[in-house]
Ligand binder design. Structure first.
Ligand code: FES
Length: 145
């Protein structure tokens, strides 16, 4: 019997909305994919594209960026800058042979614990279908599962 594939997913969450939503999901004991590792940042706008490339380089099969809904960013328009950046990052990933669906941007408010659970589980399902990320000619540094 082969072991069940559990995708390694890194999720960057903004402190004020998405991380609070994740925290609420935890408080409500809402189950979500255990292979998703959460990294809290102050704002989705703080996520340097290098964070995303490094996550893939170090072994992530998928990366998520979750921020406040448009108009709700606590730093005015950090999430809007991120939205524009993500389009460019997806194009770059595609050029490296990384399927753009391996990167996801979504908005999760502090009250949306159920949405947090859904977007994380949907992403885990999508990445499971895509399978492990294999970067040709490149040895991943590895992320502990
Ligand atoms: S503070 Fe949440 S996206 Fe900017």
């Amino acid at each position: 019997m082969s072991p069940v594939y559990k995708p390694k997913i890194i999720a960057f969450l903004c402190n004020w909305c998405s991380y609070a939503g994740a925290d609420k999901a935890g408080g409500q004991k809402l189950a979500y994919a255990a292979s998703v590792k959460l990294i809290r940042v102050m704002c989705s706008g703080r996520i340097d594209p290098q964070f995303i490339f490094n996550a893939f380089r170090k072994g992530a099969d998928g990366v998520m960026v979750l921020g406040c809904h448009p108009g709700d960013c606590h730093y005015r328009n950090g999430n809007m800058k991120t939205m524009k950046r993500m389009l460019l990052i997806k194009k770059i990933l595609d050029q490296f042979g990384i399927h753009p669906d391996r990167l996801k941007l979504d908005w999760v408010a502090a009250s949306e614990s159920d949405k947090f659970q859904k977007v994380v589980n949907d992403m885990a399902e999508k990445i499971t279908k895509l399978g492990p990320l294999i970067l040709k000619g490149y040895v991943k540094e590895g992320i502990k599962a």
